[in-house]
Design a protein around this ligand. Structure first.
Ligand code: AHR
Length: 307
């Protein structure tokens, strides 16, 4: 699915316009929709011609989009890699064509760091740790085992790998915390609901749901309610992102804690695009600033929340 959202004068990189080819993961979540909007609006505001593609969560589609940007001789390529591995060949092709690459939101595991100029996004391990720390505090005085189910993000993606690790590292300090089931919900509401339904059937006791994103938590809430249980009370829920619907669920008491992941990367990305196109040095890694929400913070943030 290749779309062009144009801002600033037309033409390709051969002319005066600064052309950016952006290969997006898909439209799997509210976070992703906000991220796409931020990129499209910021490109327009910065006068950058944006060629935008939606990979529908498939690595082969992203690789095809990047190859097409190389063929079109765009000035800069940016992408949010659907999974961490398997990028070296196409990144080498971009390097050979002298087209700088910027990673946004998700990282790759390539050993050769010269294949891309910089990474702009979140520290996903830190996000997983925050979720674990909330849990350790919330269940600090619990005497018996605490049974946790985990809805993982897209298998092989940086946020799924890192959020799992950060959380596991924190809860490992106390053996009462037991992850009794962990499965991918592919970062979508529909899959989050489906997998939670299965967890509810297979697990005799669930105290906590840790969802790697809000959309899966929101899908899971539907499954929990359909099973006659009360989300936020019978099963406590912690998730990651901070989209409006999740903050509303937190304000309503159906989610207990949300760790923020910031999707509004567009303005910083456009600054980086201009810099790398001009051959300027940029830092190898730029992390976004993020917070956490309890119920009071969600209520306070909701009136201004844009996504
Ligand atoms: O890479 C960021 C993650 O991808 C977000 O947490 C999730 O909602 C999205 O799909």
């Amino acid at each position: 699915l290749l779309l062009t959202a144009c801002g600033g004068g037309g033409g390709t990189s051969g002319g005066g316009a600064l052309t950016l080819g952006f290969a997006q993961v898909g439209a799997e979540s509210g976070w992703r929709t906000a991220n796409t909007k931020s990129i499209q609006e910021s490109a327009k505001a910065a006068g950058i011609e944006l060629k935008f593609s939606d990979a529908q969560q498939k690595q082969e589609n992203q690789i095809a989009a990047i190859r097409s940007y190389i063929q079109q001789k765009v000035k800069v390529i940016a992408f949010s890699p659907v999974v961490e591995s398997g990028w070296d060949t196409v990144l080498k092709e971009a390097k050979t064509a002298n087209i700088p690459v910027i990673l946004t939101d998700r990282a790759v595991d390539s050993a050769d760091k010269t294949l891309y100029k910089t990474f702009l996004g979140s520290d996903f391990v830190a996000e997983g740790k925050k979720a674990g720390e909330w849990l350790a505090k919330e269940f600090g005085s619990a005497t018996g085992d605490v049974s946790i189910v985990e809805l993982q993000g897209t298998t092989g993606s940086a946020p799924a790998n890192d959020r799992k690790k950060g959380f596991a590292d924190v809860i490992a300090s106390n053996p009462k915390f037991k992850v009794v089931a962990s499965q991918t919900g592919e970062f979508t509401r529909a899959k989050g609901k489906e997998v939670m339904e299965a967890f509810l059937k297979s697990q005799p006791k669930i105290d906590v749901l840790y969802a790697h994103n809000d959309d899966m938590a929101l899908g899971a809430i539907e499954a929990i309610e359909a099973a006659g249980k009360v989300p936020g009370k019978d099963i406590k829920i912690v998730s990651v992102d901070g989209v409006r619907d999740a903050l509303q669920a937190l304000a309503d008491g159906k989610i207990n804690h949300v760790v923020e992941c910031n999707p509004l990367l567009g303005p910083q990305l456009m600054d980086l695009v201009k810099k790398v196109a001009a051959g300027e040095q940029v830092p190898p890694r730029i992390e976004t600033t993020e917070t956490e929400f309890d119920q009071a913070a969600a209520k306070a943030a909701l009136p201004q929340r844009q996504y």
